[in-house]
Design a protein around this ligand. Structure first.
Ligand code: DOR
Length: 440
């Protein structure tokens, strides 16, 4: 038997209500036990074929689950590949990722979905679940073969990057989501109202002379989708929510029994549109790495997203890891591709909320593990006995400086370059195998 013991760490598994100093024992890639062992020392000496890692002072948690990342394969391998993106995921503590279908070609059919699953089996370091498109080619004209894709392993459907403009198609898609048993993940944005804006409509947009995206562009789409989800009893998941009123709408809909879940990103939780103006800290304004869709919003929105995490209106934190090339970003602000390479900075950035006493660590772990796993009905996010040993070991107080050149992701597009973060991923295990290690 192949045994690995992580001894003496603070084990946090919100699914099982565990938060205690304990040992995690992994046998042949599965969780064998979580608990305290009086005979720990003796066992360490006596047994063969056993690796013991001392994790005292560290946190042991289920591997993180990301509902929303862009691995860019097939078609945009200059931005990212399944190999580079999953290596970045492992470095970020993510053991399960769901990848968006805005590839080239888009993931429209069972065979497209099957291709990603088999490519991930060959080159992926962590578990990869593809998301299929809602409409063919993400063109918004005709529904994709959702039931076939679900049978092939698609965990959800999304036209992420753009919203489904047709109310009728969205209504059909939500009705089908019941049959397919998988959620519709909406990029909520009324394209007409967004009007090719590139930053949040507000003071910063005016100051910099950039076209703004009003909050209502998102909120109207959220409201429409909630109405349609209620009417169809479909399964709706709202991607990267960014405004205060969106959170209110979700909260009210949940109270009325609408089958909706929602995610927010680390960047919308921690950054604001002030970052586009230079953040008041000597950074140059117009940093294209701050261009993201939806845009970074104002401080009141940020506070409301956080409140949504605390009261359960928001179910999950998802990275929206969107890697781009230097060429995609080395241009005028409004010409730059939107997106932030986020897998490797997510935990360190989110720990600012914990160190600032705005969020406690068990809740953060919940929002990165069982919260997202439940939203997409994934068999992940817990250290239950018998579960595959997808585990992360975290060092909450270790400080580091973000060096984008050292990212495993091909996407170096991060507004956090040079930032000091406190909170580091020390070890990531998938099925008991080490896929990332940063020694103390
Ligand atoms: O900023 C974004 N980038 N938002 C999206 O919805 C799409 C993503 C991308 O694919 O680059």
């Amino acid at each position: 038997m192949n045994r690995l013991r992580l001894i003496g760490g603070r084990v946090i598994d919100p699914h099982q209500g565990i938060d205690e100093i304990a040992d995690v024992v992994i046998d042949d890639g599965l969780i064998a036990s979580v608990g305290t062992r009086a005979d720990r020392g003796r066992q360490r000496e006596s047994s063969n074929g056993e690796r013991t890692i001392d994790v005292r002072g560290l946190v042991v948690a289920p591997g993180f689950v990301d509902l929303h990342c862009h691995l860019r394969e097939p078609g945009f391998e200059d931005k990212e590949t399944i190999a580079s993106g999953t290596r970045a995921a492992a470095a970020g503590g993510f053991t399960t990722v769901c990848c968006m279908p805005n590839t080239n070609p888009t993931l429209d059919t069972a065979s497209d979905v099957g291709w990603v699953i088999s490519a991930a089996g060959r080159t992926g370091l962590v578990r990869v679940h593809p998301i299929g498109t809602i409409t063919k080619g993400q063109k918004g004209a005709e529904l994709s073969e959702m039931a076939d894709m679900a049978a092939a392993g698609a965990v959800a459907f999304s036209d992420d990057g753009r919203s489904v403009d047709s109310n009728l198609l969205m209504r059909h898609a939500l009705a089908y989501s019941r049959i397919a048993g998988r959620p519709i993940v909406d990029h909520c944005e009324d394209a007409v109202l967004a009007d090719c804006g590139v930053v949040h409509e507000g003071r910063v947009a005016s100051l910099l002379g950039l076209r703004g995206v009003p909050s209502e562009a998102e909120e109207i789409a959220v409201a429409r989708d909630l109405v349609l989800a209620r009417a169809t009893q479909g399964r709706l998941h709202l991607a990267h929510l960014s405004t205060a009123a969106s959170v209110d709408l979700v909260r009210e809909a949940k109270a009325r029994g609408v089958r909706v879940t929602a995610e927010v990103t680390p960047h919308h939780l921690l950054l604001t549109d002030d970052w586009v103006a230079g953040n008041g800290s000597g950074r140059p304004p117009y940093d294209t790495n701050c261009r993201v869709s939806p845009p970074l919003r104002g401080n009141e929105d940020r506070a409301a997203l956080l409140a949504g995490l605390l009261d359960g209106a928001i179910d999950a934190i998802a990275t929206d890891h969107a890697p781009h090339t230097v060429v995609d970003k080395d241009c005028e602000f409004d010409q730059a591709a939107p997106g932030i390479s986020g897998l490797e900075t997510a935990f360190g950035l989110l720990m600012r909320l914990v160190h600032g006493s705005q969020l406690d660590l068990p809740r953060l772990v919940r929002l990165l593990t069982i919260g997202p796993a439940r939203a997409f009905a994934l068999n992940a996010g817990s250290l239950e006995i018998g579960a595959p040993a997808d585990v992360v070991v975290l060092d909450p107080s270790a400080e580091w400086t973000v060096d984008v050149e050292r990212f495993y992701s091909k996407g170096k597009n991060s507004p956090l370059a040079g930032e000091r973060l406190r909170g580091m991923v020390r070890l990531t295990l998938v099925g008991g195998q080490v896929v990332h290690e940063t020694p103390r």
